[in-house]
Design a protein around this ligand. Structure first.
Ligand SMILES: CC(C)(COP(=O)(O)OP(=O)(O)OC[C@H]1O[C@@H](n2cnc3c(N)ncnc32)[C@H](O)[C@@H]1OP(=O)(O)O)[C@@H](O)C(=O)NCCC(=O)NCCS
Length: 155
């Protein structure tokens, strides 16, 4: 695939506000409808950015952040893997290859650090699943996502 217009850059603090705007807009739209504001999005992204082993990339186009892929290395005895914790591309620039460009660059960077395995969570029936599958990710049946939620416990 030819690389679509837009520069992939390593995340830097000057990107934070643009990332928060992108994140809040993306995850407040369908199908997520999560009700983020730029402020809550900023707090969420700062959690990821502050994690040990953080690595983040952004796509900048016309001086605006239009894509991001954030995560961190997780130590394992057999060698680190990478937990891709947040990824999004502006909905106005969807399906032109920006997400693929981000993932390709991310995996190349990680491979050069000896990290070959990337792990992520996404909605079982969400549209992003098709995107990740197209980029070589497969469901892992050895693991299950479990949740304990006091607020959901019946009276
Ligand atoms: C998922 C996401 C990052 C994909 O980025 P993108 O730049 O649109 O993806 P690309 O253009 O590189 O790849 C497009 C391919 O991915 C798949 N894909 C992407 N969006 C899709 C959708 N809404 N429905 C079905 N397939 C989709 C398709 O295979 C598509 O190829 P095609 O257009 O030839 O059919 C982007 O749609 C996004 O940010 N979505 C909202 C946030 C989100 O869901 N993030 C992931 C949370 S875990």
């Amino acid at each position: 695939m030819n690389e679509p217009a837009g520069e992939v850059e390593a995340f830097a603090p000057e990107h934070l506000d643009g990332c928060a705007r992108l994140y809040a807009a993306t995850f407040s739209e369908n199908p997520w409808n999560e009700g983020w504001t730029p402020e809550t999005a900023r707090e969420r992204l700062l959690q990821v950015i502050g994690a040990p082993g953080f690595h983040g990339l952004v796509v900048v186009r016309d001086e605006e952040v239009v894509g991001l892929a954030f995560g961190y290395r997780r130590r394992r005895p057999e060698g680190d893997f990478f937990l891709l914790d947040e990824m999004c591309v502006s909905s106005t620039l969807g399906r032109i290859g920006l997400g693929h460009m981000l993932l390709t660059r991310l995996r190349r960077n990680l491979a050069s650090q000896g990290v070959g395995r990337v792990v992520l969570l996404t909605g079982r029936n969400g549209p992003a699943r098709a995107f990740y599958e197209k980029n070589g990710f497969r469901e892992n049946f050895d693991w299950v996502l479990m949740v304990a939620d006091e607020t959901a416990r019946p009276a």
